[in-house]
Write a protein that binds this ligand. Structure first.
Ligand SMILES: Nc1ncnc2c1ncn2[C@@H]1O[C@H](COP(=O)(O)OP(=O)(O)OP(=O)(O)O)[C@@H](O)[C@H]1O
Ligand SMILES: [Mg+2]
Length: 142
């Protein structure tokens, strides 16, 4: 397990932070983003999507479903927001395992809903807000 820390001074530096993150992703495909409500998970993931070459409009959080599907030069990319999910069973009904084992990149907000379903080699990401309003992102690579 290797842990990296990325400081994000303000909202204007999210793209730069996402570029650094993209360099660290290696061959991992599943990234569990944890952090308090409003800390900047969606903002960061949208910048990361752009960095990874998503050409579609990056929509923000999935509003009518729990997953946004994007195309990138290396395949599909899935952005999950599991906040509204009631149970892991509901995730199974949606076919979450098909996504998780697709070898495509999965960026997951509120992954605690499906912790029991996440493979051991899931990369763990946390974002915390510091007293000065900056954010500290920590990436623990499997
Ligand atoms: N690095 C940052 N520094 C300062 N402000 C930020 C940063 N990232 C995001 N924000 C601001 O924080 C607000 C919430 O961001 P965002 O929706 O990305 O949070 P979230 O963690 O996805 O929230 P939720 O838990 O509801 O999904 C937005 O107004 C955004 O502009
Ligand atoms: Mg969000």
């Amino acid at each position: 397990m290797t842990t990296y820390t990325i400081q994000i001074p303000d909202a204007d530096h999210v793209a730069e932070a996402a570029a650094r993150f993209a360099e660290l992703m290696g061959s991992a495909t599943i990234f569990a983003f944890r952090g308090e409500m409003g800390v900047g998970k969606t903002t960061f993931i949208c910048e990361l999507c752009r960095r990874l070459g998503v050409t579609d409009d990056v929509a923000g959080s999935p509003s009518f479903s729990i997953v946004n599907v994007y195309d990138t030069p290396r395949g599909h990319l899935y952005h999950f927001d599991l906040y509204r999910l009631e149970s892991a069973e509901e995730a199974l009904d949606i076919g979450v395992e098909d996504y998780l084992y697709s070898q495509d990149i999965c960026l997951i907000e509120w992954p605690d809903r499906i912790d029991a379903l996440l493979p051991d080699d899931t990369a763990q990401v946390s974002i915390v807000e510091n007293p000065d309003g900056s954010r500290t992102l920590t990436l623990a690579m499997p």
